[in-house]
Design a protein around this ligand. Structure first.
Ligand code: M1P
Length: 261
């Protein structure tokens, strides 16, 4: 760490008890129940924690979804906000530079990929279809056979249907085979969809934003820390101290123990 980065770091978070400790959280299942909003108890725990250490979230979804789940003041409530695995990133409310999926893949390859996806989607046997089957995001695309406009009930129904018919697993297999040379990773992190992004742009992508910030300890809390889950790479990364949780209550318990809240 250079003197310059140390000074930058100290200036940013010098008011905290431990300015060189960063605690990062997954959102769904870790800070909030899956797809629901943050509880008052979690908010208070995070406020107490933030006085001591630097805090941030690393979500797979886009910022709009995190605003719904964590509240409209999310950019002020966390020191770092990493949406789409850090492809959209904010430090102290200010946006940081990032790359885009389309810039990386290019229009020609993207077109081939989407033509295949749309063909495949049209041939699936499904009891219910809604709208927005491909969501184009900054750092990834999200593909949903039932569509992102599905209601909560329709989401739950699709999840059950998919458990039985393995639609998403088969779809991912077909994409892996067809686009073997594309360097893409497929991640089934939620209920109705899967994410597609360049290999390496998993949640560890967010760590490059804090690489020169002089942190001595980076903790990560996530509920999908098992192999194949979308927290696995950052949870097992040697730059982080991983904490596997099953639900937000676990997160609160571990935070209270670790940081004496
Ligand atoms: O955060 C986990 C996933 O949440 C959503 O998944 P779904 O809509 O399928 O429940 C999506 O935002 C997805 O991108 C994200 O990985």
């Amino acid at each position: 760490m250079t003197i310059f980065t140390a000074a930058k770091h100290n200036m940013s978070f010098a008011h905290k008890e431990k300015p060189d400790t960063l605690v990062l959280f997954d959102v769904d299942g870790t800070l909030t129940p899956a797809r629901l909003t943050i509880s008052e108890e979690m908010k208070q725990t995070l406020q107490a924690l933030r006085k001591k250490v630097v805090i941030g979230f690393v979500g797979g979804s886009d910022l709009a979804k995190q605003v719904e789940q964590l509240g409209p003041t999310v950019l002020q409530d966390f020191d770092y906000c990493f949406s789409e695995n850090g492809l959209t990133a904010y430090k102290q409310g200010k946006e940081l530079a990032s790359q885009s999926f389309i810039g990386w893949i290019g229009e020609e390859k993207y077109n081939k990929l989407i033509k295949f996806v749309l063909r495949y989607l049209s041939e699936l046997d499904l009891p219910v279809r809604r709208g927005t089957f491909v969501e184009f995001r900054n750092g990834m695309i999200n593909i949903s056979p039932v569509g992102r406009n599905a209601s909560t009930q329709e989401r739950n129904d699709f999840e059950k249907f998919d458990l039985e018919h393995k639609l998403r697993e088969k779809f991912v297999e077909a994409l892996r085979k067809e686009f073997a040379d594309y360097g893409l990773t497929y991640s089934i992190g939620g209920q109705i969809s899967f994410d597609v992004f360049p290999t390496g742009w998993d949640k560890t992508y967010a760590l490059q934003h804090v690489a020169d910030e002089g942190f001595k300890e980076i903790h990560f809390f996530g509920d999908k820390s098992y192999k194949g889950g979308n927290d696995y790479e950052i949870y097992t990364d040697e730059r982080t101290i991983g904490h596997a949780v099953k639900e937000p209550a676990d997160t609160i318990r571990i935070l209270k123990e670790l940081f004496d809240l």
